[in-house]
Design a protein around this ligand. Sequence first.
Ligand code: ZN
Length: 453
Amino acid sequence: MTDVRLVRARHVLTCGPDGEVRDGAVAVAGTRIAAVGPFAALRAAHPAAPVVGDGTGILTPGLVSCHGHFSEALVSGMGETHTLWEWFQHVTGPLEPCVTREMALIGTLLRGAEMALSGVTTVADMMCIAPGPEPVTPGVVEGLERLGLRGDVSYGAADDPNPRPLEQVVAEHEALAAAAARSRRSRFRVGLATVPTSSDELIRATAALVAAHGRFHVHLNEVREEVTQSRITHGTTSIGLAARVGLLDAQVLAAHCVWLDDDDVALLQAHDVAVAHNPVSNMILASGVCPVPRLLREGVTVGLGVDGAASNDSQNMLETMKTAALLQRVHHLQARALTAHDVLHMATIGGARALGMADEIGSLEPGKAADLVLFPEHSPSLANIHDPYQKLVYCASVRDVAQVWVDGDPVVVDGGVVGVDIAALLPHSRELAVKLATDAGLDSALARVGADR
Ligand SMILES: [Zn+2]
């Protein structure tokens, strides 16, 4: 193996069977992890290999964000007084017909870079737009490709309150699937925004696509109003309805799952549905608290997501990790409700399992893809590491993310993204953001929010 490189750190957190390796290293050969172990042993085995890292700090697997919406990439920081349904009406609803393919690309570059700078290597996205004659969602794949990120991409189809031609909905799915098939690192997943608000025709078409593709991304039981409305209209919750119409008979990634009864949890278990937990957006939209400790206890796979840039509103995975731990602790009034160790595992191997990719990513193990994040001990926030899990979850900031690799390729080097010139992107991004807000009438929505005060 002539091209072996070593990445070393004081604390190598494998999130796999090896747990923590002190004074450890990962040997990378091409796109794969060749070995994980003590640095001295790997150095002896590969005496000529170049070494990255000075032996301080923390090395982790790449972080996996299991849920988000690049369709919201250009409208962060507005509508803070809305709960979910008001926010649909005033922010995302008006936005959906106005997002162009160029906006999808520029938004993905911008927010994807924000994610990468917080250690994310794999992004599950659900692009929620109104389909038109020209497909929009392939812009997401193009953006992820330029950044070098791994993608699990879906189109969040919907036809309420505005009916949309089914053939355009299917064409959007197919265009995204084709773009993913041509890409290096993205793969396609069938998406549906919500089940109880979808027409029977859309549900049938979605079920056929899910049967063909085998993977499904959807929002389930996010807010109490949704569960109540679904019970009134369909006699069951969103989860119950999804099971009834066959949408859970696949590898299912379900965002939120905040409002669950015993029957819902039993259905998640029976169908091996994975939950994407988005603590920051759940808090901003005042949606509620996902019962994460119970789900983990009962064997449900739970990953973490940053959610969209209009409902988080940052795309900072480190912030999401810390918030995930704090939310459960204050909700349960138990300091043990969710530990830093639990949270890092949810952000890595848990996310990989949630996407059905645990054989490929999520832990530092020989044979897996070389998706790595190096946090050297160079800053005031990371200085003096006692417990690396607690230090990472409670102390680390994006300034501590020095190097990120996907498939062994550098995506972040010395704290800067490789694939895009952010400074050069910003003026154009600003123009597009103003155009989008104007076309969607979001300025008047903001005025309403201001008037509410
Ligand atoms: Zn969402």
